[in-house]
Ligand binder design. Structure first.
Ligand SMILES: Cc1ncc(COP(=O)(O)O)c(C=O)c1O
Length: 470
């Protein structure tokens, strides 16, 4: 069985039988096994390779089906003549590193995860059934380029009531995610715009400008949000901010800084603020903070939000509210772009909102996330002062500050080795930050089940080896 001196990779994504099939096929094609040669019996080969006979059976059957070998009753498997085979030159599939599952993650503290236990599947299904119907055959055609009016109208009513955003449906543009709307806004604002971006901040904003450092200026963030005084020292013309719950530190932009930021925008005609209000639906302490858009007197705020947190990230529906001057420009320049959100999804969501289910869902989820947050804070409190929390007023993630001699990277790695995914704050930093000293970890709790939170956090602390765990 010399020709079978190959390695089968048991951890590969390619099933063993497929690896075996490919190896034997290659050996036949390159002549290592000659026409007429007998292959080992299934039992012998299974023993030799320490795999099951069924695996060998699968591989041999595939080779028989493709005519590389023949099966002769009670005799065995024989290599066929290659000339009779029409060999199709095929590129072998290449499994890139990304496609291989290299790490087994059993606890995921990713800030992008939501609760999946409480989604109103029955209602959603009911609307889906109603929408996908011959009655709505018009939905097979393209709709309004900004998104259909019915959903934009629902969004504008919702925004006014819940966030104090003042806009008409005409000012709203739907898009398949903040990720898709940001580049559109950047194109709209033109070549001359220079962007202030939060540091640390939403990686998307860092990536958008990675190739073009001329166009972005990182603005540091402290416990009150971005340092507007530092923004004032730069040549930035557009500031991207997450004022309700800074991503990823969780800081809430203070009232003083809000008015300072608006004043900055009013100083020159070409200045704008991009307000990303991505998880503002979930605020747990104090009164809801109105949006910057709602208090802006001069049409300088571009408001962005998403259904990724309030409903599900996979829905891919976000929206931008443009100031009136920019919506006119948008219509002139870009109204030939078709809406990027499937029309049936738009109508489903519009009905869901119109009938009050969205508001109900938000109320329910606010309680669920609040409860999860309470468990997180209670559990972490046991490890105070080694581990402390900040940024917990809103949203589905908070920040841990850890007193340890270990580095942030070490903590992330130790967690990973224990099957736990966490993110170091430095992963969200661009170009360095003077003020970062002790390790800080971004901890998302939305996707964890309430019953698992305590154990998950204790497991994490144990993996870090920084405090005594119960
Ligand atoms: C700051 C920020 N904005 C927006 C989003 C949502 O992006 P999208 O609408 O593309 O899902 C996220 C998701 O985590 C976020 O962290």
């Amino acid at each position: 069985m010399d020709f079978l001196m190959f390695q089968l990779e048991k951890n590969s994504l390619v099933p063993i039988y497929e690896q075996l099939y490919s190896e034997i096929k290659d050996a036949i094609i390159n002549g290592a096994i000659k026409e007429g040669e007998k292959l080992p019996s299934k039992r012998n080969l299974a023993e030799y390779l320490a795999v099951s006979q069924t695996t060998i059976e699968f591989a041999y059957s595939q080779l028989v089906a493709e005519g590389f070998i023949s099966s002769e009753a009670r005799k065995g498997y024989y290599v066929q003549s290659l000339e009779e085979l029409a060999l199709i030159e095929q590129e072998a599939p290449i499994f890139t590193q990304e496609e291989k599952i290299t790490d087994v993650i059993s606890i995921d503290f990713s800030p992008g995860k939501i609760d999946t236990e409480s989604f109103p599947f029955a209602i959603w299904r009911k609307y889906a059934k109603e929408i996908v119907s011959e009655v709505n055959k018009d939905f097979l055609q393209l709709g309004h380029p900004q998104g259909d009016y019915i959903l934009r109208q629902q969004i504008s009513a919702y925004l006014y009531q819940s966030r104090g955003v003042k806009c008409t449906a005409e000012q709203i543009i739907l898009g398949s995610g903040t990720e898709q709307l940001m580049p559109l806004i950047i194109r709209l604002l033109g070549q001359e715009a220079i962007y202030g971006i939060e540091n640390p901040g939403y990686p998307l904003t860092h990536h958008l400008f990675l190739d073009d450092s001329q166009k972005s200026v990182p603005i540091p963030v402290d416990a009150e949000g971005i340092l507007v005084s530092q923004l004032e020292e730069t040549n930035a013309t557009v500031m991207y901010v997450t004022p309700s719950h800074q991503f990823p530190t969780g800081a809430v932009l203070s009232a003083t800084r809000r008015s300072q930021l608006l004043s900055w925008a009013y100083q020159q005609d070409n200045r704008y603020i991009i307000e990303d209000d991505y998880d503002s639906e979930f605020r747990y302490t104090g009164r809801p903070i109105p949006s910057l858009q709602g208090i802006d007197q001069n049409q300088r705020v571009i408001y962005l939000s998403t259904f990724s947190k309030s409903l599900m990230p996979s829905l891919r529906i976000a929206y931008a509210v443009l100031p009136k001057s920019l919506i006119t420009l948008y219509k002139q320049k870009y109204s030939y772009y078709a809406a990027t959100v499937p029309r049936m999804d738009q109508h489903l969501l519009a009905k869901f909102m119109e009938d009050g289910y969205f508001a109900k869902h938000l109320n329910k989820m606010r309680k669920i996330y609040k409860r999860k947050l309470e468990i997180v804070t209670k559990t972490i409190a046991k490890f105070n002062p080694i581990v402390t929390i900040s940024g917990e007023q809103a949203g589905m993630h908070l920040l841990l500050t850890i007193q340890t001699s270990k580095s942030e990277e070490e903590l992330v790695l130790l967690a990973k080795q224990a099957g736990i995914r966490v993110y170091g704050l430095r992963e969200y930093v661009t170009g360095g930050l003077d003020s970062l000293t002790e390790p800080k970890i971004v901890l998302g709790f939305g996707g964890l089940e309430a019953n698992d939170i305590q154990t998950s956090i204790t497991t994490l602390i144990k993996a870090w080896g920084i405090a005594k765990t119960p």
